[in-house]
Design a protein around this ligand. Sequence first.
Ligand code: G4P
Length: 525
Amino acid sequence: MSLNEEIARRRTFAIISHPDAGKTTLTEKLLLFGGAIHVAGAVKSNKIKKTATSDWMEIEKQRGISVATSVMGFNYGDYKINILDTPGHQDFAEDTYRTLTAVDSVIIVVDVAKGVERQTRKLMEVCRMRNTPVIIFVNKLDREGRDPFDILDELESELKIKVRPLSWPINIGEKFKGVYNIFEHSLDLFTPDKQRVSERVEIDSVDDPRIDEAVGETDAAKLREDLELIEGVYPDFDVNEYLEGQVAPVFFGSALNTFGVKELLDCFVKIAPAPRPTQSEERLIEPQEEGFSGFVFKIHANMDPNHRSCIAFVKICSGKFERNAPYKHMRTGKTLKFAAPTAFMAQKKNVVDEAYPGDIVGIPDTGNFKIGDTLTSGENLHFKGLPSFSPEMFKYIENADPMKSKQLDKGVQQLMDEGVAQLFTNQFNGRRIIGTVGQLQFEVIQYRLEHEYGAQCRWEPISLYKACWIESDDVEALAAFKKRKFQFMATDREGRDVFLADSNYVLQMAQSDFPKIRFHFTSEF
Ligand code: G4P
């Protein structure tokens, strides 16, 4: 197969949801259709259960599971599908943001009873920043939930994206009878069954009397009424609008009952984008280019603390990746060869000889890589840094064992390279501040520093609201701001200026007092 054909058949995406909406279940059902697994229940959730916050063995075990399920590749018909898994626990949201930089599209799972929840809103913001095409799967139709029209309105207003239903449920909860597929004009009847695929009724159009026979006259009439309303309210589905991230097609189903999943998958492979061009600082890189290029979007520490080896996950952006070929590591300028790169098929890792744009290869690493690193077959390229978002929680990190300060420094540096949290250095007093999305990350850092690096750390409180990356075209204004706020100025790991606002009020005052300064809540602007 030619490079172009290999690229055209690839679909690399992530499934995102608020915890418990059904991401793991949906992933598993997709694998079932791809023949990658044969029984339901084979995919372990990489969800770190809420109760496990202080159960370290459990967290370590679950970190192990998430290596196995980090990328799941399988063939479906002529397509090669790569699902990138994202951590379920919101304390690891930063990991999810980065994974979203490595996908070409996204499926969002929403619980029909709960609607749009907080984490989904946040993740959608990241998709919007990059115009990532989004398909929405409204799940758990077998349970009582909201009216589908209300859900559509909520999706639109909460996720700030136009929606277009491509399937429509006939009732919900106990009376749920099936889904009318607007995309293909077919009817699928629901039978609660975890293993079996739904029953399809052949119909010619929405007026076909076979619909009345299948679901009864009342429900058939209601369906026709609903469809008429949909056609009246929502413009026709335009695949280009979807590809530009302007409109999100919506499907309804029940992942647990394998219902509506095949329809979703069949539509997904048809409309979802093949690997898209990637922006580097130098130029736009097309996947079809001959030269290989890729970037590290995730680093996974090994389970064995005695061997500080990791797996770096590289997203291939262009050209063909080959085992043992010399590649340039842009940050260090070194030429590296990879003898044992792994590909992820089904739930197995295998050494691969070659891989194509859209694929992810896992490279065993002993500390060469940092998140965001670029690899190429020679050209000097730098993929745009992966975005950091302002952390939600901050603490000073202090050395609790003066004999081990080297170990602590090294540990902190490597954990930050891995993207576990963000490090800021206060420009005024030189103290180090760790910023995280959740409390669990502080616990993980402390635990890993001790067990992997033999270092002891202590946390000290600091009350901060947000970290803002600042910039200005006016050098004097910037200098004046930094002078005024000197106690609250910090430097991130790339050496950029960051203002640490201790309250929303202070931030708003700063914004109005210094109109020439631009305040950013992400490092990518
Ligand atoms: P997550 O990865 O998004 O966190 O969600 P997950 O798939 O683990 O699903 C969360 C819970 O919702 C699971 O139940 C799962 O069985 C259930 N679920 C998923 N899809 C459906 C659906 O279509 N209908 C119904 N009724 N339930 C669904 P659990 O009891 O938390 O876990 P388990 O013990 O069943 O694994």
